[in-house]
Design a protein around this ligand. Sequence first.
Ligand SMILES: NC(=O)c1ccc[n+]([C@@H]2O[C@H](COP(=O)([O-])OP(=O)(O)OC[C@H]3O[C@@H](n4cnc5c(N)ncnc54)[C@H](OP(=O)(O)O)[C@@H]3O)[C@@H](O)[C@H]2O)c1
Length: 264
Amino acid sequence: MDVTLITGASSGIGEALATQLAARKQNLLLVARSAGKLDMLCTQLSNTYGIQAHYIPADLSKPDAAGQVYEECHKRKLTVTLLVNNAGIGSSGEFVKNNRQAELAMLQLNNASLVALCQLFLSDMIANKRGGIINVASLAAFFPSPYMAVYAASKVFVRSFTEALTEECKPYGIRVLLFSPGFTSTNFMNTPANDNAWGKVLTDGAYTQTAEQVATELIQAWKRKETFHVSGRLNAWAVRLGALIPNATVARIFASRKRKQMNQ
Ligand SMILES: NC(=O)c1ccc[n+]([C@@H]2O[C@H](COP(=O)([O-])OP(=O)(O)OC[C@H]3O[C@@H](n4cnc5c(N)ncnc54)[C@H](OP(=O)(O)O)[C@@H]3O)[C@@H](O)[C@H]2O)c1
């Protein structure tokens, strides 16, 4: 059976995307750690929309997890025709004081597992001569971000990797989209490494979107066959204007804003 695989589907953008794709009659394979939430979501989506919704609980901050998800897919005879690498966490705070293990686990989730899933499923897509990949980056992929240094760098990795992969996949007819949300009201800022006043300042602006708006933009970008999309008109303008300013200047402005906020 053909399925769309969405990582990080138990909440936020991933859950909204799963719901909107189910409404469009897509069969789904949902991945995240929270088995209970995925179970409930799958039941609700299949009952409401008459689709097949499967899930695999997996902790993608573990090095073996991507391979296990891939093997489980094959065992269940599920063919992934669209892979959405959405799972990701953030961290903020002064780099030198952050928990090193948590930062490294974030890189495993945001980068290494994403790369592994792309490679594993891409080989099947090429063999089947069909398929597509959407990698979720961030506005942070375009700006050096003091006090979110490792998270932003992880998203720069997603951006560079995905833009290169887009070109490598063209000869096979496999489409790849780099999708970059801006500030979105989800649980993203409620994780232990990211739960702080600075994060809440960042996500509390007029530019903030809902997970549903972001999911809708992602689906539209994919339908329009885009290879690059920044979610939200203001965010897209910020990226265009930001490209005109030297990175060092952007970093200095962000750092000074953060220091002011810390001293309040
Ligand atoms: N919210 C924003 O402002 C914002 C802005 C730019 C980019 N993004 C990006 O958008 C993506 C989705 O984030 P969101 O805002 O929707 O946040 P969210 O509501 O916190 O959702 C994150 C999802 O990732 C899953 N996840 C977290 N750690 C995981 C792990 N170790 N293994 C497997 N799954 C894991 C979570 O499920 P479990 O906890 O059940 O594992 C959840 O389903 C992320 O890549 C994020 O970087 C978000």
